[in-house]
Design a protein around this ligand. Structure first.
Ligand code: 4NP
Length: 152
């Protein structure tokens, strides 16, 4: 079983979408996808209603997800950790103990734009259109991630 973790700040807007999208592109008997937030502020919460709505528009149900914080043990549990922005990247790496753990972490948009270190914008204070844009970026990234995972 290959395990992939998606990480953002609150685990209510971006990473729940990334989890749902990647999961929909992979065979559940071979891959597990989860998500977490670098902050525990929204622990136990449902995804933001706007993320649920945008997912639903695209045929995905993410309403079974609940926010949880990223923990050090996630480095042991997961094979690949994709973060949404450079703040998440720094916050996650701060918890890493080894180079192997650091090497598991990548900015998700580097799959589409290698080495450009672009961030998925935080849509929390945006209108619904911001969530549509985030969905599109994550969908494109996850298509590439799924292709890579299936061929490795
Ligand atoms: P997320 O978005 O990191 O994509 O889940 C946010 C959700 C909540 C907050 C910030 C970002 N907040 O400040 O409460």
């Amino acid at each position: 079983m290959t395990k992939i973790l998606m990480v953002c700040l609150g685990n209510i807007c971006r990473s729940p979408l990334a989890e749902g999208i990647l999961e929909s592109k992979l065979d559940a008997s071979k891959f597990t996808v989860d998500s977490a937030g670098t902050s525990s502020h929204h622990q136990g919460s449902l995804p933001d209603p706007r993320s649920i709505e945008v997912a639903q528009k695209n045929g995905l149900d993410i309403s079974n997800q609940r926010s949880r914080p990223f923990v050090k043990k996630d480095f042991k549990t997961f094979d690949y950790i994709y973060v949404m922005d450079t703040h998440n990247y720094n916050d996650v790496l701060e918890k890493a103990d080894t180079e192997e753990e650091c090497n598991k972490v990548s900015l998700i948009l580097n799959t589409l734009y290698p080495r450009e270190n672009r961030s998925v914008p935080d849509p929390y204070y945006d209108a619904l259109e911001g969530f549509d844009k985030v969905y599109e970026m994550l969908d494109q990234s996850c298509t590439l991630i799924a292709e890579k995972l299936k061929s490795s």
